[in-house]
Design a protein around this ligand. Sequence first.
Ligand SMILES: NC(=O)c1ccc[n+]([C@@H]2O[C@H](COP(=O)([O-])OP(=O)(O)OC[C@H]3O[C@@H](n4cnc5c(N)ncnc54)[C@H](O)[C@@H]3O)[C@@H](O)[C@H]2O)c1
Length: 255
Amino acid sequence: MNLQGKTIVVTGCGSGIGSDFAKLARLQGARVIGVDRNDPMLTLDGFVKIDLGDPAAIDAAMAQLPAHIDALANIAGVPGTAPAELVGKVNYLGLRHFTQRVMERMGEGGSVVNISSILGAEWPARLELHRELGATASFEAGAAWLAKHPVPQETCYQYFKEALIVWTYTQSQKQFLERGVRMNCVAPGPVFTPILGDFVQMLGNERVEKDAHRMKRPAFSDEVAPVIAFLCSDASRWVSGINLPVDGGLASTYI
Ligand SMILES: NC(=O)c1ccc[n+]([C@@H]2O[C@H](COP(=O)([O-])OP(=O)(O)OC[C@H]3O[C@@H](n4cnc5c(N)ncnc54)[C@H](O)[C@@H]3O)[C@@H](O)[C@H]2O)c1
C-alpha cells in the first residue's frame, strides 16, 4: 500500500493527527496540500490558510487548491469546550461544504476520509434528526435548521460527530455508484494531541476514569495516521461507507 502520485488535501495539517497524517502521506509519495486556520510547522507541497467554519472563506480559497484532487482527509476539528455554534460550523457544516467543493475536483478512485470519534457512537439514538440535518442543501440551510433545533453545549461535540457519521453513511453509496468516489469515517478513541485535555474537561472525571480501565492508553496520533492513509489508498478501493474505530478496542467494551 502506498500513496504514490496522489494529490491529497489534508485539513487540520497544523497539529495532532492531521500533522502526522500529512507527514506519512508525503513519505508514501503523495503530493500533500495542507489546510488549516494556523500556519503549519512542517514541510508540505502546498498550504492554504482557511477558516473551515466560514463558507465564504472556503469558496474564496478554492482557487488556490489543485484542479484535480485524489483524496481529502477531513481532520480539522474543535473540541466541545468551544461554543456549540462553532463546533457545528467547523466539525460539520464547514466540513460538509468543503467536501462538496473538493469532490467537484475528484474522479473515479477518489476518496474522502472524515475523522469522526468514538464519541459519535450514539448516532442511532438521534438518527432522524441527523438525517434531516444531512438533507439540508447548504451550509446556510444547515445553520438555519440548527437555529430551529438547538444543540445543547454539553453534548454538541458528540452531536456533530454523530451527524458526520450519518452524513457519510447516507452520501457514500450515491457517490460511489455515480462517481466512483468513496467516503468513509475513521473514529479514534482518545488520542494524545493538544486537545486531549479539552476532552477530559468536556466529559468529566467520572467518565474518563470509567474508560481509563477499559483501554491500555490513549493512542499516539501516528497510530491513527496509517489508517487514514489506508482509506486514501487504492488498497481500500472496495471499502466505502464505513466508520472504522481506531481506539485500541475501547468501543468494543461498550456492548
Ligand atoms: N485527540 C483526540 O482524543 C481525538 C479523539 C477523537 C477524534 N478526534 C478528532 O480528530 C481530529 C483531529 O484532532 P486532533 O486531536 O489532532 O486535534 P488538534 O487540535 O491537534 O488538531 C486540530 C487541527 O484543526 C485545526 N482547526 C481547528 N479549527 C479550524 C478551523 N476553523 N479551520 C481550519 N482549521 C481548524 C487546528 O488549527 C489544528 O491544527 C478532530 O476532528 C477531532 O475531533 C480527536
